[in-house]
Ligand binder design. Structure first.
Ligand code: ADP
Ligand code: NI
Length: 216
């Protein structure tokens, strides 16, 4: 199989899993992360094939979508074995997927390969800017959370259970995750893009609070 055939087969597999998801993990999130990971990989001189494969598969093992992370990773491993991908590529891809997630900033993470850094940056960029705001609102609606509650303060230190709990609001998620991402980017290009998207979040929040107070 050619590299392009591996990618096409992987696109079909992932699309079949995600096409009906409206919780922020939809197929178009995967496409955006793949496209951005490829752009970052080209800028960084990373392996474009590994980046694309890991980007396409990065949410398949998500612990929110599987009974456990192990079960999710096995799903990815089984798929890659069935594709007939060489062991070396399989472990490079699995290693990225197992170590890139944010999870409330909880887990001490193993250093990522250059390809992993590109995919992680691409995933994090998709949580920022106009698209990040849309995804946060969509996810909050999906979970039945409020847009905003002025009585709630951002939780500085959270356990994973608290981070995943239904207690928060969409606006709190900006403080608990989105506004922290800018400083967590790995690659120079992602750092630059994150600056712009971060500034957009701040403009958005400023307008949001002004409207909340009936000022604008
Ligand atoms: P994580 O990386 O923390 O596991 P995901 O990337 O799976 O989260 O989240 C999918 C989308 O939903 C992202 O845009 C993310 O910012 C948003 N999201 C995640 N958790 C929350 C939350 N508690 N409230 C609102 N949006 C959330
Ligand atoms: Ni993702």
């Amino acid at each position: 199989m050619s590299l392009q055939e591996y990618i096409t087969k992987t696109e079909e597999f992932v699309q079949s899993l995600f096409q009906d998801d409206a919780s922020g993990h939809d197929w178009w999130h995967i496409v955006r992360v793949r496209d951005m990971a490829l752009r970052l990989a080209q800028a960084e001189g990373a392996d474009c094939f590994i980046c694309q494969m890991a980007a396409l598969l990065h949410d398949v093992a998500d612990d929110k979508l599987n009974s456990s992370e192990e079960v999710g990773l096995k799903k990815v491993d089984d798929f890659l074995s069935q594709l007939g991908l060489p062991e070396r590529d399989r472990s490079a891809i699995l290693d990225i997927i197992a170590n890139m997630s944010y999870r409330g900033g909880q887990k001490a993470q193993k250093p990522l390969s250059l390809e992993g850094q590109c995919v992680q940056d691409a995933d994090r960029l998709d949580a920022l800017g106009a698209i990040g705001i849309a995804r946060t609102m969509a996810y909050s609606g999906h979970k039945g959370r409020l847009i905003h509650d002025p009585a709630l303060e951002p939780r500085a230190q959270m356990t994973l259970a608290e981070y995943r709990s239904d207690g928060g609001t969409a606006i709190l998620h900006f403080y608990e995750k989105l506004l922290k991402l800018k400083d967590l980017m790995n690659t120079d290009m992602a750092k630059t893009l994150a600056e712009g998207r971060h500034a957009f979040l701040e403009t958005y929040l400023e307008q949001f609070y002004a409207e909340w107070r009936s000022e604008r």
